[in-house]
Design a protein around this ligand. Structure first.
Ligand SMILES: Nc1nc2c(c(=O)[nH]1)N[C@H]1C(S)=C(S)[C@@H](COP(=O)(O)O)O[C@H]1N2
Ligand SMILES: [Mo]
Length: 421
């Protein structure tokens, strides 16, 4: 154990003395409690044989983790086939989102595709229009990368003020997984992009036939045609058997159930880049093609769904941060609404355009707190306050809210979504 709490010695004797000195509030191991059956008595799992191997050919979480699940917001879900659910960020640690907990956003439900029947077509301004089977795709060199996918509408309900009570709902339209896929560049090279080809239009095989225009520089840079997530096949809800990965850019461009890529000389100005996924400013003009996701962070614990359940003393605060422009070298944390900022401790791999994990360990004095985190990305950009953001973007926006989030924690440890100015 790293010695983050100065003066605490790791021997049992000093633990007991410490417990007395701080009135029993010492965390990290309680003093021996006489009569505690959890330590004195044999439990059933000590006495009887457990299930053998093969009880679950595909393993599932412990039944005691049943509360850990994706959830939707009923008033945002008029119809489940065109809706969203949210990643339970407050239940996770590290940087990888388990496949079964990745939030889902569908415009026309989950397409059920037999990979043997699936094809990917490249057409438009190419020398050789091509059609690939899944087997064909597997014969290109493939790469592994960890990237976050954030829906442009993540935190979108919070523009006018604090609204949803939990980081799952305010910030859970994000997941971070390791993709295995073929660089899109290799597939485009196979077809031979004509000199006039400056844009691509990926299209989904679902009933929404989702399309977005993507500039050729991005397509040739780091986009992937991915078929694995965290080592196994994409889940149906994440685009099985194949999806486009557009690192750092808004989620709606990551076309799922990818069936066609057209090459053109200009953007197509389809629905999802005109009437949707544009940001109406206060002066009546709309920002368009706001592809990159700005640096952002959120404290996941404590948070409204994950209150503090202990009294004053040793407290672990944690959260996640990410940027569509690079890595997150630094996150600042405040527990007093911004009067004092502390540099958080980053832990875990720091990948380009991937989620980062931060921690801040401190001694809670038992008084109310106002918790905030502020991400710095590798370009030097610093996450703005919500007020700073509204000054520039107005309040008509839904998308691209990366303002600093505040949780108020009371003496009981209960946390609530608030705004301070
Ligand atoms: N074909 C297709 N691709 C799609 C969508 C869709 O409805 N159909 N939704 C988009 C949106 S808006 C987002 S935010 C992401 C969500 O990806 P996920 O369901 O893996 O979280 O997929 C994008 N790709
Ligand atoms: Mo989205």
């Amino acid at each position: 154990m790293t010695n983050i709490f100065k003066g605490m010695k790791p021997s049992r004797r000093s633990f007991l003395r410490g417990a007395v000195a701080s009135g029993g509030a010492l965390a990290g191991g309680a003093a021996f409690a006489e009569g505690d059956p959890a330590i004195l008595e044999k439990q059933s799992w000590n006495q009887y044989l457990g299930d053998g191997v093969d009880a679950a050919p595909y393993g599932v979480p412990s039944k005691f983790e049943a509360r850990v699940r994706r959830q939707n917001v009923p008033w945002l879900t008029a119809d489940p086939v065109s809706s969203v659910n949210f990643t339970p960020l407050h239940e996770l640690d590290g940087i990888i989102t388990p496949n079964g907990l990745c939030f889902e956003r569908h415009h026309a439900g989950v397409a059920e595709i037999d990979p043997a029947e699936h094809r990917l077509m490249i057409n438009g301004l190419v020398d050789r229009p091509l059609v690939f089977t899944m087997e064909d795709l597997m014969r290109f060199p493939r790469e592994n990368h960890v990237y976050f996918l954030e829906c442009a509408a993540n935190t979108g309900m919070e523009w006018a003020g604090s609204q949803l009570n939990g980081c799952q709902f305010t910030h859970g339209m994000i997941h971070n997984v390791m993709y295995t896929g073929v660089p899109l560049r290799l597939i485009l090279e196979e077809a031979g992009v004509k000199t006039a080809g400056k844009w691509i239009l990926p299209e989904g095989a679902d009933a929404s036939a989702m399309t977005r225009s993507i500039p050729m520089e991005k397509a040739l840079d780091d986009c992937l045609v991915a078929f694995k997530m965290n080592g196994e096949a994409l889940r149906p809800e994440q685009g099985y058997p194949v999806r486009l990965v557009v690192p750092g850019w808004e989620g709606n461009m990551w076309i799922k159930w990818l069936r066609r890529i057209e090459v053109g000389d200009q953007p197509w100005h389809h629905r999802e880049e005109t009437s949707k996924y544009t940001d109406l400013l206060a002066n009546g003009q709309a920002r368009r093609f706001t592809w990159e996701m700005d640096a952002k962070s959120v404290i996941t614990n404590p948070s409204p769904q994950a209150p503090l359940t202990h009294g004053p003393g040793r407290t672990v605060l944690t959260g996640v941060a990410w940027s569509g422009r690079g890595t997150i070298p630094r996150v600042d944390v405040t527990i007093d609404g911004g009067m004092n900022w502390h540099e958080a401790r980053m832990s875990g791999p720091s990948f380009d355009k991937s989620m980062h994990r931060f921690y801040y360990e401190f001694d809670w004095d038992g008084k109310p707190m106002l918790l905030q985190s502020r991400a710095h990305d590798s370009t030097g950009y610093v996450q703005p306050t919500k007020d700073q953001l509204r000054q520039v973007r107005g309040e008509n926006s839904i998308y691209h809210n990366n303002g600093i989030q505040t949780w108020a924690v009371n003496e009981e440890g209960v946390a609530e979504n608030v705004e301070i100015s």
